[in-house]
Ligand binder design. Structure first.
Ligand SMILES: [Zn+2]
Length: 263
C-alpha cells in the first residue's frame, strides 16, 4: 500500500506532501536526505518510467512527469499495478491543473493544498478497482486487516467508501435496498438489519471480519463503516449518507453494530 505521496519540483522543492498513515514514515533530516537522493536519481530516469529504490523495509517509487516528480513510499516489497497507475495519474492531473501556476511559480505553496482531495480520489479509486476485481471480498478483508491499524481512521473510511461505491456500481439498481445491502454484507459476514425509523437502518454484525482478534477501545471498523456508506450512497443516489459504529467487538461488545442514516 501507498503510505505517503509527495510531489517535488526542480532541485528538490516540496510542493505537496500527503501522508495516509497515523505516523509519518520519514521525518526531519532523513526526509531532506531522501529528497536530495531522489533529485540526483531523477536524471537517470526516462520520462514516463516509474523507478524504485529501497531503504530499510520501504520502497521508494519515483515518477518524473514534465516539471515535477511524484514520489510514493510503499511498505511492501511486492509491486502493485494500481500504485504505478496512481502515481502516473497524479503526475498527469497535477501537471494539467497547475500548468500555469508552475510556469511562473514564485514559491507559494497554498495553491497546491486543494490537490490533496484529487490525490486521495486517484489513489483510492484505483485501490477499489484493483482489490475488488479479484476474490471479493477475501482479498479486501485480508489486505485491510493487514494495514488498518497503521492508517488514519478517516483514510480507512474513505477507502471503504470507494470500495462500497464501486461494488454498488457493478450491481443493478436495487428495488429493495435493505435486501440488497444485506446480501452484499453477507459476503463479508452474516448480519441482521433492522429498520429503526424511516431513514435509519441498524446493522448488526456478530462476527465482524475486520476486528476479529482485536481488543482495543480506540479501534473502530472504519473501513466497514465507509463501505456501508459508499454502497448506500451509490445505490440510493444520495450524497448525505451517515454511518456510525455504535458497538464494536473490539471494545468487548457482542456485535459490531452500525447505524445507517439515509436522509
Ligand atoms: Zn467493529
Amino acid at each position: 500500500m501507498l503510505l505517503e505521496v509527495f510531489i517535488i519540483i526542480g532541485e528538490g522543492m516540496l510542493l505537496l506532501r500527503r501522508s495516509f498513515t497515523k505516523k509519518m514514515e520519514v521525518n526531519g533530516d532523513l526526509f531532506s536526505a531522501l529528497i536530495t537522493a531522489i533529485v540526483s536519481f531523477v536524471s537517470e530516469i526516462q520520462m514516463g518510467d516509474v523507478r524504485k529504490f529501497e531503504t530499510g523495509n520501504k520502497q521508494i517509487l519515483i515518477y518524473p512527469h514534465e516539471k515535477i516528480v511524484i514520489v510514493g513510499i510503499v511498505d511492501e516489497k511486492h509491486e502493485d499495478e494500481h500504485i504505478y497507475k496512481s502515481l502516473k495519474m497524479i503526475g498527469e492531473e497535477f501537471s494539467k491543473k497547475y500548468e500555469k501556476t508552475l510556469s511562473n511559480w514564485t514559491g507559494e505553496l497554498d495553491p497546491f493544498c486543494e490537490f490533496t482531495r484529487t490525490l486521495d480520489e486517484i489513489v483510492y479509486s484505483n485501490f477499489a478497482e484493483e482489490y475488488i476485481s479479484k476474490d471479493f471480498p477475501n482479498n479486501v478483508i485480508r489486505s485491510v486487516k493487514k494495514f488498518q491499524t497503521k492508517f488514519q481512521n478517516e483514510i480507512m473510511y474513505f477507502m471503504g467508501s470507494k470500495a462500497g461505491r464501486k461494488r454498488a456500481s457493478l450491481l443493478k439498481n436495487p428495488k429493495n435496498f435493505k435486501k440488497r445491502l444485506q446480501k452484499e454484507l453477507n459476503l463479508f459476514s452474516i448480519n441482521k438489519i433492522k429498520e429503526e425509523s424511516e431513514n435509519e437502518l441498524l446493522i448488526e454484525v456478530p462476527l465482524c471480519p475486520f476486528c476479529r482478534k482485536i481488543k482495543n477501545k480506540e479501534f473502530s471498523c472504519d473501513f466497514f463503516m465507509g463501505f456501508i456508506a459508499g454502497f448506500a450512497s451509490k445505490s440510493l443516489g444520495k450524497k448525505n449518507i451517515q454511518v456510525k459504529e455504535i458497538h464494536c467487538s473490539a471494545h468487548g461488545d457482542e456485535t459490531c453494530t452500525f447505524l445507517l442514516k439515509t436522509n
